[in-house]
Design a protein around this ligand. Structure first.
Ligand SMILES: [Zn+2]
Length: 336
């Protein structure tokens, strides 16, 4: 599908629906942040609304008036439902407007499409029930695409109205190739970004467009790697800054988990690591030094720490505990 990278199975489900004109009233695209849920939803919407798409085809033409409007974000039959600027949640008012809009005939094509990009985050009970009403009695031609990281956070009654389509993290090679071919990133830089992206093309593109974010991520990774060899006092100092607030602690854990997965894989003798260059060599060295059991135990501790932040654990304390539990491996040539 136009502009979509990876997740061939998910693409195929939607392509079949388009080619046979057997679109469901509601889909739930779920998968981690940055794997392309929004891109896939928009590609599907473009194809569904395209005025030149012939029977049996699943691709948008990219050139008709409808395709142009969609690409410019002003197609009257496509609505992206997000919280208003100053709001944390979708308002009931917004969901009622959506319900009303859904009851009207499409203006330019056979469908009216709604995309709710963060449905697992943006709904409260009242809004969930309003959405449910639209899902229960979908007017002719309406297609609703819900996007979620955690589908389990949604009401079962909402889930049961949708066809679920799962998206997985992309492989390092898929990301690297897409960066080279579609974003004209130089091969070395593409390889490096792909290694850091943790399966998320969205992140890699942002990092390419905003190098500061990537530099920060690289620095953080270097710090976390250095921590393995650091003495206790240094670990505690680092934990205090890395866990200064909930956001910092989450960013730290996100990256720590990603690298430590490689440590665990390396400890088990696997070679398909996501890290590249120095991070990869360190993951292999640390993994070999501590063995599978300790590598696994610390990964569990990292995952438990992330879960505890969700229930408002103290971020600094959480990271201090991890800094103490982190297996120690001396640096090559260092005598401590
Ligand atoms: Zn078109």
């Amino acid at each position: 599908m136009r502009g979509v990278v990876g997740n061939a199975q998910a693409q195929a489900v939607l392509e079949r629906a388009l080619a046979t004109e057997q679109m469901r009233h509601a889909y739930l695209l779920h998968g981690p942040e940055g794997v392309g849920k929004r891109t896939l939803a928009l590609a599907f919407a473009q194809a569904a609304l395209c005025l030149r798409r012939r029977p049996g085809e699943s691709e948008a033409c990219g050139e008709c008036a409808s395709c142009h409007k969609l690409l410019h974000g002003n197609h009257p039959d496509l609505a992206i439902i997000e919280p208003e600027d100053d709001k944390r949640w979708l308002s009931v008012k917004l969901l009622r407007e959506m319900q009303h809009l859904a009851s009207l005939a499409p203006t330019e094509s056979a469908h009216r499409i709604f995309i709710i990009p963060d449905v697992d985050n943006d709904l409260q009970e009242a809004t969930a029930n309003t959405l449910l009403k639209t899902l229960e009695e979908p007017p002719e031609g309406v297609i609703i695409l819900l996007l979620a990281v955690e589908p389990d956070a949604l009401l079962p009654t909402i889930l049961s109205r949708c066809q679920l389509i799962g998206l997985r993290p992309l492989t390092t090679e898929e990301i690297s190739q897409a960066l080279r071919e579609r974003w004209s990133v130089a091969p070395d830089a593409a390889e490096q970004l792909a290694g850091l992206a943790n399966g998320r093309l969205g992140w890699a593109i942002r990092a390419h467009e905003h190098p500061d974010e990537q530099a920060q991520r690289e620095q953080l990774l270097e710090r976390l790697i250095a921590l393995v060899a650091a003495p206790t006092d240094e670990r505690m100092r680092s934990a205090a800054t890395l866990g200064a607030d909930n956001g910092a602690a989450r960013a730290t854990l996100d990256q720590w988990i990603s690298w430590w997965r490689d440590v665990m894989l390396a400890a088990n003798g696997a070679h398909a690591l996501r890290s590249t260059d120095a991070a990869r060599r360190e993951a292999e060295r640390v993994g070999a030094a501590i063995g599978p059991e300790r590598a696994h135990a610390f990964l569990d501790a990292l995952l438990a720490a992330l879960a505890s932040l969700d229930i408002n654990a103290n971020p600094r304390l959480t990271l201090e505990n991890l800094a103490l539990a982190l297996p120690r491996v001396r640096q090559v040539g260092a005598r401590r």
